[in-house]
Structures are given as C-alpha cells and as structure tokens.
Design a protein around this ligand. Structure first.
Ligand SMILES: C[S@@+](CC[C@H](N)C(=O)[O-])C[C@H]1O[C@@H](n2cnc3c(N)ncnc32)[C@H](O)[C@@H]1O
Length: 264
C-alpha cells in the first residue's frame, strides 16, 4: 500500500503499539535537520508528518483536522486546555503551540500508555514546549480526579479535547462535568465523530437538561461510583459538527464529518 503524496500511509489492521512509536522517536532524534528542529514546534510537527507520510501511519489528529482546532484556539483564546489521549504528542505540540501564541498558560495531556507518555515528554521538550505542556501518565479517570483534587490553579478547563477510546468519551465527559472540570464557559472538542462515530455521546451533548435528568433520576445530585459517571444534567451545550480530513486523506465514499464542537 502506498501513501498519497502529502498524506500519511494507510492505517492498516495493526496501526499502533507495534514498535513504530519508538521508530518515530529515533527518526526525530537522529533527523538530519535535528538542530533546526530543536525549539521549533512547527518543525517537530513537520518531522512527525514526514514519518507518517514516508514510514508508517500514526494515529495523530493530523494537520488538516488539527487546523480546525488551532483556528478555534486563536479565536477563543483559551487560557487552559485539557487533552484526553496524548499518544506521541502531535496534538499536544500543535495545540500547546497555538495556546502559547494565544497567550494561554497550561496544556495538560492525559495518556495511559507509559511509553507514549514518555515519547510525548521528549518531543514536547524538543519542540521547546515543556513549560506549557504537562503530561499526566495513567488512566484518564485517575488523572481527572487528581486534577480536580490538586486544582493546579485551574478550576474548570477552557477547552477539553477528547481523543482517547471513543466508547469512553461519554462516561469520561460526565466525570469531567461531575468534577467541575467542564463547566459553563468550557468548550469540548471531540474527535472522530463520524468514523467510527459515537451516537451516545452525540445524543448526550444535544439532550435537554430535563431529558438528561430523567435518565439519571433518582440519582441526580449524587456522585458516581468509580466506573460509571452521572454527569451534571443541568449543563446545556451548543453543538456543531465540523468537517475535516484524516491525515491519510479522505476516501471519496466516506462523509467527512469528524469533529464535534460543544460549548457549555
Ligand atoms: C488517537 S490517540 C491520541 C492522538 C493524539 N491526540 C494526537 O492527535 O496526536 C489515542 C490515545 O489515547 C490513549 N488512551 C486511550 N484510553 C485512555 C484512557 N482511558 N486514559 C488515558 N489515555 C487513553 C491511547 O493510549 C492513545 O495513545
């Protein structure tokens, strides 16, 4: 399978955690342009894209969908961004850079795989963003509780980017709501809303407080157990679906609706 010029290699059946992430790290740290890459988020992103285009597919948000979100960051000027699902740091570098340019302060990236978290730390340091981007390693539900407890100077997050296990989006958004990490004024961006799609998530962010309360009744006001979150049914989102291209390019028969933007 060959890649289309400017696009990543096709995804394949096995598409991560098969050694390619370590190969990416080596590719960047031994890159012939290494001295030019140092301290430049744009050059690190270009080198990651070069790997995706010439060596192996990477499950990054990619430059096309990424631009939708960097434009949003420039427009909305969040001070804080929380990302769930960091992988090797592509989105943390792209959005952490946009956050810094917009005058923001803190980008937290939650990643449960220790090897991926370590690669993100190394690549964000090479990009010169280690003062902005902080990686929290471990399952996100543990990290979210830690963030809420420690406060980190941030009560609720201005922008939350969901890009981890799609089936967990809704339960983890509800935990963010319960913990007050998502509150009025927050923007929630959810990736991959067409492929593979996420009907329970989409229905929830469009539902009225009364219908959400009805579903939770009689437990509203109580906290969830460790596994299942009830959320905060009183929150109302203004929601829109945005179109973007996958890093591999867009197959003609797949509608390109990929990102869901929800303002509380
Ligand atoms: C699609 S990748 C993220 C890509 C990244 N946002 C980017 O665009 O560069 C999804 C990541 O979420 C992580 N992940 C999945 N479930 C998680 C969880 N419960 N807690 C933390 N990380 C999780 C995976 O290990 C994987 O690295």
């Amino acid at each position: 399978m060959s890649s289309v010029e400017g696009f990543y290699k096709p995804e394949g059946t096995v598409f991560y955690n098969d050694g390619r992430e370590q190969q990416l790290l080596k590719f960047i740290t031994t890159h012939p342009e290494r001295s030019a890459i140092e301290g430049s988020p744009e050059a690190v992103l270009a080198a990651i894209d070069e790997f995706g285009q010439t060596r192996d597919f990477l499950m990054n948000v990619g430059m096309h969908k990424g631009k939708i979100i960097t434009d949003l960051i420039s427009k909305e000027q969040p001070k804080t961004i929380l990302e769930i699902g960091g992988y090797v740091g592509y989105s943390a570098i792209m959005f952490g850079n946009a956050l810094r340019k917009a005058g923001g302060q803190k980008y937290f990236s939650l990643e449960m795989n220790p090897e991926f978290a370590s690669i993100t730390r190394t690549l964000t340091a090479i990009a010169g963003l280690d003062d902005v981007v902080e990686v929290l390693e471990g399952p996100c539900r543990t990290s979210l509780r830690k963030l809420a407890k420690d406060n980190m100077g941030v009560k609720s997050w201005d922008l939350v980017f969901l890009d981890h296990a799609k089936l967990s989006y809704l339960n983890d958004l509800k935990l963010c709501e319960e913990l007050g990490l998502v509150a009025p004024g927050s923007i929630v961006v959810a990736d991959d809303m067409y492929r593979p799609g996420n009907p329970p998530y989409s229905q929830y962010v469009r539902a009225s407080p009364s219908s959400k309360t009805e579903v939770c009744s009689p437990f509203v006001g109580g906290m969830s157990d460790d596994c299942v979150s009830l959320g905060n049914p009183s929150l109302v989102y203004r929601t829109s679906l945005l179109e973007g291209l996958e890093p591999t390019g867009q197959p003609v028969n797949v509608p390109p609706i990929l990102i869901e933007l929800s303002n509380v």
